[in-house]
Design a protein around this ligand. Structure first.
Ligand SMILES: CC(C)(COP(=O)(O)OP(=O)(O)OC[C@H]1O[C@@H](n2cnc3c(N)ncnc32)[C@H](O)[C@@H]1OP(=O)(O)O)[C@@H](O)C(=O)NCCC(=O)NCCS
Length: 140
C-alpha cells in the first residue's frame, strides 16, 4: 500500500478491486474493446495488479503480467475520467516501478497509442531494435 499525494492509496490487494469497474472500463477501451468479464477476471487473477483508491472507491488500475523475476508487460492502465489530470497515473507508475517484484526486472514492455509522454517520464522509449522483435498477431 502506498499513498499518492495525501489523498489516494495504491494497493495490490485483489480483494479490494472493483472488478465491475475494471471490466466496464476495459471492455469499452480502444485496446480491450469487448473483453468478456471472465477474461478480465482471469487476467487480473494471474497478474500483479495495482488499484488506486479514493477511500474505498477504486479510481484507477494497472496490470503487470510478469514472472516477478525477469520479464514484465505493463497493460490496462487507466484512471477514471473525473480523477484525471491530478497526477494519479504518475503516482501509479512510480508505485509500480518501486514494487519489489518489478524493480529488478530485466525487461519491462508496454504498448500505447497516445500516452508516450506519460511513460517517457518513467524511462520508457521506443524499441531500440524493432527488427529483432516479432509479434504473432491476434487471430480472429
Ligand atoms: C492516460 C491516463 C492513465 C493518464 O492518467 P492521469 O492520472 O489523468 O494522468 P496524470 O495526471 O498523472 O498526468 C499524466 C502525464 O502524462 C502526460 N501524458 C502524455 N500522454 C498522455 C495521454 N495520452 N493521456 C494523459 N496524459 C498524458 C500528461 O501530459 C501528464 O504529464 P505532466 O503532468 O508531466 O504534464 C488517463 O488519461 C486515462 O485513463 N486515459 C484513458 C485510458 C488510457 O489511454 N490509458 C493508457 C493506455 S496505454
Amino acid at each position: 500500500m502506498r499513498a499518492v499525494g495525501a489523498k489516494y492509496e495504491i494497493s495490490t490487494d485483489q480483494n479490494r478491486f472493483n472488478v465491475g469497474l475494471i471490466h466496464d472500463f476495459l471492455s469499452r477501451s480502444y485496446w480491450a474493446e469487448g473483453r468478456p468479464w471472465e477474461v478480465v477476471e482471469r487476467s487480473i487473477r494471474h497478474s500483479l495488479c495495482f488499484g488506486v483508491f479514493d477511500g474505498d472507491r477504486q479510481v484507477g488500475f494497472a496490470r503487470v503480467i510478469t514472472d516477478r523475476a525477469v520479464f514484465g508487460y505493463l497493460a490496462d492502465v487507466f484512471v477514471i475520467q473525473e480523477y484525471r489530470g491530478k497526477g494519479i497515473s504518475k503516482g501509479l507508475m512510480a508505485a509500480i516501478l518501486e514494487h519489489p517484484d518489478v524493480r529488478g526486472l530485466k525487461l519491462l514492455l508496454l504498448r500505447t497509442r497516445d500516452a508516450h509522454g506519460l511513460y517517457a517520464q518513467f524511462g520508457f522509449g521506443p524499441l531500440a531494435s524493432p527488427e529483432q522483435w516479432m509479434i504473432r498477431p491476434e487471430r480472429i
